[in-house]
Design a protein. Structure first.
Ligand code: PGA
Length: 255
């Protein structure tokens, strides 16, 4: 069956980049996108909050979407240091990552908090990149599929739809480590996520919703991951900071 979901390659810059290099990286990606308009993938970059405005300008007209890396669940108010979903949309973002494992760990974000953030983002028209994934201990204990189910049940908001949600399966132990699950392991989890989405949203929506893989995706392993039937793109950390590497990953998307 022909693939109906268009791959999305999203770069998660995390807490990296000052103005000069962030704008240069975004500008280089924009230049490459403009050079060949007929791409087999969608591209998004998620810079730190400080760079969003500049990156939106740098990629203007190139067909590259921009996203935040987090948002607050409330639309506004007394939350020093936080950023609302509406503020991201106001700057020109169309995506926001929620529930990344680094936020779940560093900021003790629970599934309920993640669901509230995702809901807030959808309400202002953003598309949520919702991250889930097991720790190494959970995988070793054979609990990967249970963990993924629990996180999906708990953090997928009630307003979720194929148009407004992208799932990113990111095994915590694969993030930034250079290690990845085997392709059968990735295929198994993605198939399970697709089945869980069908239970929750119906088969039709589940077939349209994109499920990305994330965790040490790089040019040398991108192709074998991106050709898997239920892998609809990648959420790329370290390799998204190097234009050549990020571009090579995007080009590895099946046509
Ligand atoms: P990585 O990060 O590609 O550096 O492993 C992925 C992520 O955390 O989104």
């Amino acid at each position: 069956m022909a693939r109906t979901r268009r791959p999305l390659i999203a770069g998660n810059w995390k807490m990296n980049g000052l103005s000069k290099e962030g704008v240069a990286l975004a500008g280089e990606l924009a230049r490459r996108m403009k050079a060949g308009p007929d791409r087999a993938f969608d591209m998004a970059v998620c810079p730190p909050f400080t760079l969003i405005g500049a990156v939106v300008q740098a990629v203007s007209g190139a067909g590259i979407a921009v996203g935040g890396q987090d948002c607050h669940a409330k639309p506004k108010g007394a939350h020093t240091g936080d950023v609302s979903a509406a503020m991201l949309a106001d700057l020109g973002c169309s995506y926001v990552i929620v529930g990344h494992s680094e936020r779940r760990t560093d900021h003790r974000e629970t599934d309920a908090v993640v669901a509230a953030k995702a809901q807030a983002a959808i309400e202002v028209g953003l598309t949520v990149i919702l991250c889930i994934g097991e720790t190494e201990a959970e995988r070793d204990a054979g609990r990967t599929l249970d963990v993924v189910k629990r996180q999906l049940d708990g953090s997928l908001p009630t307003s979720a739809s194929a148009e407004r949600v992208v799932i990113a399966y990111e095994p915590v132990w694969a993030i930034g480590t250079g290690r990845t699950p085997t392709t059968p392991e990735v295929a198994e989890v993605h198939a399970r996520i697709r089945a869980l989405l069908a239970d929750r949203l119906g088969r039709n929506a589940a077939e349209r919703l994109r499920v990305l893989y994330g965790g040490s995706m790089k040019p040398s392993n991108a192709r074998e991951l991106l050709v898997l039937a239920d892998v609809d793109g990648g959420l790329v950390g370290g390799a998204s900071l190097v234009a050549d590497d990020f571009w090579a990953i995007a080009e590895a998307c099946p046509k």
